[in-house]
Design a protein around this ligand. Structure first.
Ligand code: TYM
Length: 329
């Protein structure tokens, strides 16, 4: 049997938070010895909403540095920038000639994201999941470690691959999502009914992985909780449920184990205090390594260039197969 191929991506659109970390990055790092690993900074996806060019360039470098600081090891994994491998855009075009409008209109993230766009909604935001399918299918990916919010996109990827294979012959491998048990959907600390997100405003919304211990403390202690004192996960108590989910993700246990751990807590303050300590200790090595790596940005640029060179032959091969199968060129 050939080794599994793991592919995943992240948008370089803002400070990486503990939702990204526990939902995705922690899994990427942990699985590096068991598969071929490809991780992508999806700058073309970032452009589906307005971006400041200089800021985007800076975020690409920062996000790459955070991933390396988190433990992505260039000896075991390829790390590259999406727009450096032009086959992503190329395959997305061919897949857009396979996808139906009906299929695309069922994508829930487009509905949510387009509502938050004042002014014009870009066509790229609508076709975003097709580009994501191209990212995954280019490398004959078998597993896609992501948070829960990407589930529907991976379903679409499988549907497109299946439709293509049935129409033009076997070109694609069908990928499986790999979604963690704890931490797959971390909610905002200022509003636990909304998913924690890079683009949400407000300094108390998220713990960012590069936050100082002081900021982590302020943010967690200010987290919105519910009335009552019971430390139990319950849909009617989204605040404490979220704190328990973060605790479970950070300590590698389950929500049930987290509930048992806090059975004698005297209220939410106790939970918050312990969570601050755990997050500070979990994120400390990442923050220290980030400081070391950012002192030599040239190294990160070189690694990204090397990553793109390494993955490109497979991407080219897939696009050539697809073109031939469809009768193009
Ligand atoms: P992005 O940049 O929004 O998020 C990167 C990863 O973090 C996960 N995540 C979360 N997990 C738990 N709780 C949260 N609050 C939370 N917020 C984000 C996401 O699920 C994701 O795994 N469309 C993707 C990027 C992408 C991609 C791909 C992913 C483009 N092409 C191909 C996998 C494969 C996105 O916007 O992720």
């Amino acid at each position: 049997m050939s080794r599994p191929v793991v592919f995943s991506g992240i948008q370089p659109t803002g400070a990486i938070h503990i939702g990204n970390y526990f939902g995705a990055i922690k899994q990427w790092v942990a699985g590096q010895d068991d598969a071929e690993n490809i991780f992508c900074l999806v700058d073309m996806h970032a452009l589906t909403v307005p971006q400041e060019p200089e800021a985007l360039r800076g975020q690409i470098l920062e996000t790459a540095t955070v991933l390396l600081a988190a433990g992505i090891d260039p000896a075991k994994s390829r790390l590259f920038v999406q727009s450096h491998v032009r086959e992503h855009g190329e395959l997305a075009w061919y897949l857009s000639c396979v996808a139906s409008m009906g299929q695309m209109q069922r994508m829930t993230q487009f509905k949510e994201k387009s509502e938050s766009q004042r002014g014009e909604v870009r066509v790229g935001l609508f076709t975003y999941p097709i580009l994501m399918a191209a990212d995954i299918l280019l490398y004959r990916t078998t597993q896609v470690p992501v948070g829960d919010d990407q589930r529907q996109h991976i379903e679409l990827t499988r549907d497109l691959a299946q439709r293509f294979n049935a129409t033009y012959g076997e070109a694609f491998v069908l990928p499986e999502p790999a979604i963690p048990k704890a931490g797959a959907r971390i909610m905002g600390l200022d509003d636990p009914t909304k998913k924690m997100s890079k683009s949400a405003p407000g300094s108390y919304h998220a713990v960012r992985v590069l936050d100082s211990p002081d900021v982590i403390k302020k943010t967690v202690m200010a987290a919105q909780t519910d009335s009552g004192r019971d430390v139990r996960a319950d849909p009617a108590r989204p605040g404490v449920t979220n704190l328990l989910a973060i605790y479970a993700a950070a300590t590698g246990t389950t929500i049930e184990a987290a509930e048992a751990h806090f059975a004698d807590a005297r209220g939410y303050g106790d939970v918050k205090k312990e969570l601050v300590d755990i997050l500070v200790e979990t994120l400390r090595p990442l923050r220290e390594r980030y400081a070391e790596l950012s002192a030599v940005p040239g190294t990160v640029h070189a690694l990204l260039a090397q990553g793109a060179r390494a993955v490109r032959p497979t991407a080219r091969d897939t696009v050539d197969t697809v073109k031939r199968a469809m009768g193009a060129g």
